[in-house]
Design a protein around this ligand. Structure first.
Ligand SMILES: [Zn+2]
Length: 197
């Protein structure tokens, strides 16, 4: 799956950007609040009643915070929209068939000698008896229900992986490990994504 690198890093980048914008937003709000609370900061000589002064101070504070979070807020909204578009496209890509056929399971399991192909500790092959056929590129994100996207997995690895997109490193290592146990004629490449309909 040659485009995995691009997909993985785009999404990781989006997540990091969102985290950064949120930090920016919170720190901008806090900064504006603390600068407002400094003694002697813009004391407005106006209304005589105490309630009126409090109301003015609060409204100034509110305006200040609103102005301070305007820029990060707009960025956050833009990122949320991008994420929504990405999710909608993933959903449109979904393979109408989710379950692997009996034939695919048989071939996929035989290819892996019935053992889990996932990564256990120290980036070694897990090798517990495989119980599941797992979509390497997650079905929910548009992964194909194909032999190309089939990975034999034990229950524990299957659960641990969930619907996460594998890292490019995990893909590379799986393909490298497969060279050791797949027939020389078989393709070691893993992962397939459905085209947009
Ligand atoms: Zn396993």
């Amino acid at each position: 799956m040659p485009e995995l690198k691009r997909i993985y890093w785009t999404r990781t980048g989006l997540r990091l950007a969102y985290l950064g914008v949120m930090l920016w937003l919170v720190s901008a709000a806090l900064l504006s609040l603390t600068s407002n609370m400094q003694p002697g900061a813009a004391p407005r000589p106006s209304s005589s009643s105490g309630v009126g002064v409090v109301r003015e101070v609060v409204s100034d504070m509110f305006d200040g915070v609103l102005a301070a979070i305007m820029a990060p807020g707009l960025f956050a909204v833009a990122l949320v929209i991008v994420a929504a578009v990405v999710n909608a496209r993933d959903t449109r890509r979904r393979d109408p068939v989710r379950r692997f056929t009996r034939q695919q399971r048989r071939e996929g399991m035989a290819r892996a000698n019935g053992l889990c192909e996932m990564e256990a500790g120290l980036r070694r092959r897990c090798s517990r008896p495989a119980e599941h056929g797992d979509h390497f590129y997650p079905w929910s994100k548009g992964g194909s229900t194909s032999l190309q996207n089939f990975v034999a997995a034990c229950a524990r690895c299957n659960r641990a992986k969930g619907a996460r997109i594998p890292t490019p490193g995990q893909q590379e290592r799986l393909e490298r490990r497969r060279r050791d146990y797949l027939a020389p004629s078989a393709s070691v490449s893993v992962g397939e994504r459905q085209p947009l309909p």
